[in-house]
Design a binder for this molecule. Structure first.
Ligand code: ATP
Ligand code: MG
Length: 692
């Protein structure tokens, strides 16, 4: 009877509806053939995917047998939220069944869960812990030192670069030499040493029973290489749906295709014009080649109506992407008429940029818009520094996505290191960090203790036998050992053991940090977060894969009903939308970033990035163009400020699509002030020049 009133489909346009209903017949018990939805920004791809999930469930699909994945964590949260909302509306009283939609997350998160379940079959010790990028870089560094590469005369690549190269090899499934040649040419002279280093790194991970992010995909892909296991894992799901498919890499696509070899039940969604993750080896070929993997090829649905943005915003965004070297075949249109064109706002410097934004944001709030419905986007996390200061001074709450994470704070990492070491005493990075918290223990002593522990099959009992190292106070050593032993054995139970860990750490916190009290509050916060997880293992896994966002407030993430402004890197803003958008530093050197001034491919990716930023806006869009900005690059005459030019992605020919303004209007008073501050530029002249 439910099927006779397809009300939830009425809101969809015919193409969207075709995608939602693809293969869902009245008697369809078997999942339909593969489906690709490829379409531009704001055309309702995610929405359509969410409707499709709801529609499948409504037609009898078992939500426990639906797998929903995306690449980035933010996109995954956004997707789950939409599916839930739509499904609850569509399913009505039947909404409870949506709770059973248990397999939704990022590729990495899903990989971690499956590996936990199948670890025995693939010879993985179930106590494995997961290293985040920073831990991985630390382990890489330990190996570098062990092999003596950090002491060589010529400069060996940094730990971060080593990890980036390693990660690229894994994710692109490419040999080291190819990766060096294509993307890291300046490291090519080190090919032999890097090979040795990576072999050591891989071996260290296995010995210590830790997996890094890449391993979650790599092990999963290897598991899928075994036909019996692949059939078993694939057989658990009737439908596998992926959003933001343009950002997947080779490894992810190979996992996906192995899940459903014949493509039955597979739906992938994406936009090739929004591919912005090639630095993590994402390849747009995945989405373009998807249909050809199957026989008959996948059904392809394209959507061309943009429901998000006003017509002028869409026209400007289309203008920018139309200049791309590559042709994207989408012709998006919108019927949301508006008089206002997006603004290109020339300002003197980043301080004025911050002031302009604060004023506009407050104006919008006066006019009834919530702070939450406005977002400030930027290319690199440090670009928002001056704005954060201004917001703090004006008491405007904000949340920052994609920035320094709560979990990156030293004290939080210390406490987590203790928990991780208790969970997996072979985790050397955790042990190394932890031991050095003890006064008197340096790197050499820490290494020695760990060597001894790790030579034994029972590292924790061995720790108990280690005599107090020289220069360490006896009581502090035995306190440390007994804490590790107790926690390893399960401690006071979960999550009470966190209090136990905090009690041990507190004197160290006091000694190491002058501002102990806000840090203590952070740790209390961590304890509260921990209470939401069923076990230490789940807590550590989920936290590593899915860290909470940084906030303006020491007290931790804001509550649901609070209002706050969103600050986000463009990468983290993927898939989302806001009423008003401000984009910082739309100048050459930022977009495209100075890091990306190399190859044409890199520049083109930066153009798509600007496109992603612009297409987040629903009603108004402000692109900020400061004349000077702070650079982390080379200082010129001791000055780290550089003069900027409007981004090359908005050449003069596109200016007609924008409302070009300057702010504040340069008055005589302003000129006098800037002269007094030693700003050596003629504001008026440069501002005029900017739009010429
Ligand atoms: P992106 O490429 O940025 O991820 P998208 O293609 O996934 O965008 P959505 O986020 O799904 O687009 O949709 C954009 C906006 O359009 C949302 O606010 C959504 O609610 C709205 N929308 C989508 N389809 C329709 C429709 N048929 N009728 C009305 N609004 C729609
Ligand atoms: Mg989307």
């Amino acid at each position: 009877a439910q099927l006779e009133k397809p009300s939830h489909l009425d809101k969809l346009n015919p193409q969207q509806r075709r995608a939602v209903e693809h293969g869902v017949g009245a008697r369809a018990t078997a999942p339909a053939g593969p489906l690709l939805i490829i379409a531009g920004a704001g055309s309702g791809k995610t929405n359509t995917l969410a409707h499709r999930v709801a529609h499948l469930i409504l037609n009898g699909a078992d939500p426990r047998r639906i797998l929903l994945m995306t690449f980035s964590r933010r996109a995954s949260v956004e997707m789950s939220r939409r599916v839930e909302r739509i499904a609850r509306t569509v399913l009505g009283g039947n909404g409870a069944s949506i709770d059973a939609l248990a397999w939704a997350g990022t590729f990495h998160g899903i990989g971690a869960r499956l590996l936990r379940e199948y670890c025995e079959q693939i010879g993985l010790d179930p106590a494995f812990t997961i290293h985040d990028r920073e831990d991985s870089a630390d382990l890489m560094n330990l190996e570098r030192h062990a092999l003596g590469f950090s002491k060589t005369e010529t400069r060996f690549p940094t730990k971060g670069t080593c990890l980036a190269i390693y990660s690229r090899c894994v994710n692109a499934e490419q040999p080291l030499d190819d990766v060096l040649n294509s993307s890291f040419r300046w490291c090519a002279a080190w090919a032999k040493e890097l090979k040795e280093l990576f072999a050591g790194y891989v071996e260290a991970k296995q010995r210590q029973n830790v997996l890094d992010y890449d391993d979650l995909l790599l092990y999963w892909a290897q598991m899928m290489g075994d036909p019996a296991l692949a059939a078993d894992v694939g057989g658990r799901f009737d439908h596998v749906l992926v959003d933001e498919y343009q950002d997947t890499n080779r490894l992810q696509s190979s996992v996906l295709l192995a899940l459903k070899r014949d493509g039955r039940g597979l739906t992938v969604v994406g936009d090739d014009a929004q591919s912005i993750y090639s630095f993590r080896a994402a390849t747009v070929r995945n989405i373009l080649d998807f249909p050809k993997h199957f026989d008959p090829p996948a059904e392809v649905v394209t959507l061309d109506r943009n429901y998000r943005s006003t017509q002028p915003i869409l026209a400007a965004a289309n203008g920018v992407i139309d200049l791309a070297a590559e042709r994207f075949t989408k012709n998006l249109w919108s019927d949301r008429e508006a008089a206002e064109r997006p603004r290109l706002v020339g300002v003197r410097d980043e301080a004025d940029q911050a002031r302009y934004i604060v004023e506009r944001v407050l104006e919008n709030r006066e006019a009834g818009a919530l702070l939450k419905h406005q977002a400030v986007l930027f290319r690199a996390s440090h670009h928002s520094g001056p704005l954060e200061v201004e917001l703090a001074q004006r008491n405007i709450p904000f949340v920052k996505f994609g920035g320094l994470k709560f979990l990156d704070a030293a004290h939080v990492k210390d406490l987590l290191a203790l928990l991780r070491f208790a969970e997996n005493p072979r985790d050397r990075v955790a042990g190394f960090r932890l031991l050095q918290l003890l006064p008197g223990v340096g790197p050499t002593t820490a290494q020695r203790v760990l060597d001894r522990m790790h030579a034994s099959t029972h590292p924790v009992s061995t720790l108990e036998e280690v005599p107090t190292p020289a220069r360490v106070v006896n009581a502090e050593w035995s306190d440390f050992v007994s804490t590790v032993v107790a926690l390893h054995a399960g401690g006071a139970g979960w999550p009470a053991e966190i209090a136990q860990a905090r009690a041990w750490y507190d004197p160290h916190l006091e000694r190491l940090h002058e501002d102990a009290s806000p840090r203590r509050a952070d740790l209390l916060q961590l304890e509260q977060i921990a209470a939401g997880y069923p076990s230490r293992q789940r807590f550590l896994t989920e936290l590593t894969l899915d860290p909470p966002d940084a906030t303006s407030d020491e007290a931790g993430p804001p509550l649901q009903d609070e209002d706050y402004l969103i600050l986000s890197t463009i990468h983290s803003a993927k898939g989302q939308e806001w009423k008003s958008i401000f984009v910082l530093n739309v100048v050459d050197g930022c977009i495209p970033s100075d890091l990306g001034t190399g190859t044409t491919a890199e520049i083109e990716e930066e153009r798509r990035l600007l496109y992603v930023a612009m297409t987040r806006a629903k009603d108004d869009l402000h692109l900020m163009v400061p004349q000077r900005f702070f650079t982390h690059g080379q200082a010129v005459n001791g000055d780290r400020h550089v003069y900027a030019a409007r981004t090359r992605f908005i050449p003069n020919a596109l200016l007609k699509l924008f409302e070009a303004t300057t702010w504040p209007m340069a008055s005589a008073e302003d000129r006098a002030r800037s002269a007094a501050q030693g700003v050596r530029i003629n504001v008026g002249a440069r501002m005029r020049e900017m739009w010429r």
